[in-house]
Design a protein around this ligand. Structure first.
Ligand SMILES: *Cc1c(COP(=O)(O)O)cnc(C)c1O
Length: 396
């Protein structure tokens, strides 16, 4: 029965029925025109979701991690320098991946709970008078801590420093849920995955690649085969794929974009902001707070709830799964036990979020935490009551 419950993990997210149906299809010859007819709308749809101008969309059978690897291996060479701030598990993993590829990562160590530090990024770029830094890596939404970074601000810092590096952005837990402006922000590679804002099963890495990054591809010497953009683009030109594509997932991706656009991207973003507001109202009513260091950093897709001293966030996550059949996210790395995470992205409504908050409260009571049953739910109810009208108007 627990399969009836929505998940409240920050990915994979709940899969809408219409997307499950779109993925479920008979075998289709990927060298036939029928595949091209399905593939093009998916590619063009992703281009609109990312707000791209020029460049190419690349869709790989992989996950977000493969998207990171594809971004660096297609554009850089061993020994190249990249600049990255580390402030959570996901920014850390991308840095680790770069190091394992023989890149020289100039790391800006930043406390977990903070976002990308614009002033230190600008200072590092100004200090790089030899122009060694080839790319700036940024994690738009640090899923481990529920922190959003200011990508437009990073672009401004790069421009202020007069630095010509490329800007690579991990948007795996933000794209399709939070405003993302690839062209306006001057993003050279945007990385997304199928199982978060796109509400699909895991299995696709989805990338937007700018013309500047495509030009860098020609001189890049890091080894790549499966992820080679050049092979992809050559096959795309004929409406095909260099190897067997994940046809069902691509059909689902076209459906996903259709659903996002039917709701309207602005409405999708507003819905996520509203759900996040309700979750944060509950967290405050519990006498807790988000792990993010400042309000301006609060993520609209995931809240890492800092648990009181003497409490263990992992206990809550385990109990919710075992007793109530509901999934929340555990704290990762440095914040293991110190937080539990509520994912509020993808196919969620205010009504579903209230169920998740109620379940979290039952677990807190079961664990003997000092939280009154219903306190967070009531705060979220007030938030949702107060904002419902605005949402209905926006949807008209
Ligand atoms: C989920 C996630 C990833 C990628 O994870 P995969 O499991 O490889 O899809 C990367 N970055 C962020 C910020 C994420 O939330």
């Amino acid at each position: 029965m627990s399969f009836q419950n929505p998940v409240f993990i920050p990915g994979p997210t709940n899969i809408p029925e219409a997307i499950r149906k779109a993925c479920d299809m008979p075998t289709l010859d990927h060298r036939s025109p029928a595949f091209a007819r399905m593939f093009r709308p998916a590619v063009e749809g992703v281009r609109r979701v990312l707000k791209m101008e020029g460049g190419e969309v690349i869709i790989l059978p992989s996950t977000g991690t493969g998207g990171w690897e594809a971004a660096v291996s297609n554009t850089l060479s061993a020994g190249d320098t990249v600049l990255a701030a580390r402030f959570g598990m996901f920014s850390h993993r991308w840095i680790d991946l770069c190091q394992r590829h023989g890149l020289n990562v100039q790391i800006i160590e930043t406390p977990w709970g903070e976002g990308a530090p614009l002033d230190r990024i600008e200072a590092a770029l100004r200090a790089d008078t030899a122009g060694k830094i080839r790319a700036v890596l940024a994690t738009h939404n640090e899923t481990a801590t529920g922190v959003r970074s200011d990508i437009a601000g990073i672009r401004r810092a790069m421009d202020a420093a007069g630095h010509g590096a490329m800007l690579f952005v991990d948007g795996v837990s933000s794209i399709g849920s939070m405003p993302f402006e690839m062209a306006a922000w001057g993003v050279d590679i945007a990385v997304a995955g199928s199982q978060k804002g796109f509400m699909l099963p895991a299995g696709l890495a989805i990338l937007g690649v700018s013309d500047k990054a495509l030009a860098a591809m020609e001189g890049a010497t890091l080894p790549r085969t499966f992820f080679d953009f050049r092979d992809m683009l050559k096959s795309y030109a004929g409406g095909g794929y260099p190897y067997t594509p994940a046809v069902g997932l691509i059909a689902g991706l076209a459906k996903s974009v259709e659903m996002l656009e039917d709701e309207g991207l602005e409405n999708v973003y507003a819905r996520h902001a509203r759900l996040a507001g309700g979750v944060r109202a509950a967290v405050t009513a519990w006498g807790m707070r988000p792990y993010a260091a400042h309000e301006s950093l609060y993520s609209e897709t995931v809240t890492a709830v800092k648990v009181p001293d003497g409490c263990n966030g992992t206990d809550l996550v385990k109990l919710a799964a075992d007793k109530y059949g509901v999934a929340f996210g555990v704290g990762l790395g440095e914040v293991a036990g110190k937080v539990f995470r509520i994912g509020h992205l993808g196919m969620l409504t205010d009504v579903m979020v209230l169920a998740g908050l109620a379940t979290a409260e039952m677990c807190m009571a079961d664990l003997g935490w000092k939280v009154a049953l219903g306190s967070g739910v009531a705060a979220a109810q007030q938030h949702f009551r107060g904002t419902a009208g605005a949402l209905a108007l926006a949807a008209e």
